[in-house]
Design a protein around this ligand. Sequence first.
Ligand SMILES: [Zn+2]
Length: 231
Amino acid sequence: MDEQKLREDLAIFYNAMHKMGWDDLIFTPTSVGIPGTEHFLIHEYGLMFNEVTPDNLVKIDITGQIIGNGGPIANSSWMLHRAIHEVRTETNWVVHWHSPDVCALANDPRGVLPISQHALVIRAEGVVNHPYGGPVVMGQDYLDLQNLIKGDVKFILMAGHGATVLADNVEEAFWNMYNLQTAAEIQVKSGALPTLIEKSVEDTFVSKYKVFKNNIPNNGLWNAVKRSLSK
Ligand SMILES: [Zn+2]
C-alpha cells in the first residue's frame, strides 16, 4: 500500500473516532507503519481528531524524529506506540484510546466477561492485561509491555489507563476497536452479576469466528462508516 492511500485511511480513521465519540480531545493518537519503510504516520499533536487530514499527518521514525515537515507530535504518547511497533513489526496499525468505558473494563479484575457477542470476539482473539505503571517510558515497564504483546495478541486492556488494539489494516483496526469499545459499554452497564453465555455456546461461536474472522471486518463495515462521515 502506498503512503498516500495510508494517509487517507488514517485520516478518515481519526475522523471516525471523533464521530463515534471515542477520542479524548487532542490525545490518544493512532499510528501506522508505512510498509516497506522504517517510517510511521501519526497525527499532529494539538489537532482535534476531526481536524486530521491526509496532508497534516506527520511522518516520523521509530525514535519519534520528524521526517520532513509538520508536527509536533505527542512525544510521551509515542513511547507506547514505539514499544509496540518495535516488537510487532508485522502489524502496522496501533490504535489507542481512553474512553471511560474501556478504562472501566480495563480496571475490572474479572476481565472481559462472556456476556455479549462483542465480548466473545475479544475472547476468541485473546486479550492481555497490562498493569498501570505510569506513563510508558523507557525502563522495565516498557520491556514488560513488549513481552506481553509478543506473539499475535491484538487486544490490550491497560489498567488505570485505557485500551490498545493492533491490526493489519484500517478495516481490522475499526473492527477491533468497535468490538472492544462495545463489549466495554455492555459490561459496564450489566452490573455486578450479569448472565454469562454458556461455555458450550461460546465454544461454538469461537470455532465459527475463527473460520470467518478474515471476512467479517471486510464485509463493507468500513465503507459504511466512511459514507456516514460525509453525511
Ligand atoms: Zn493513553
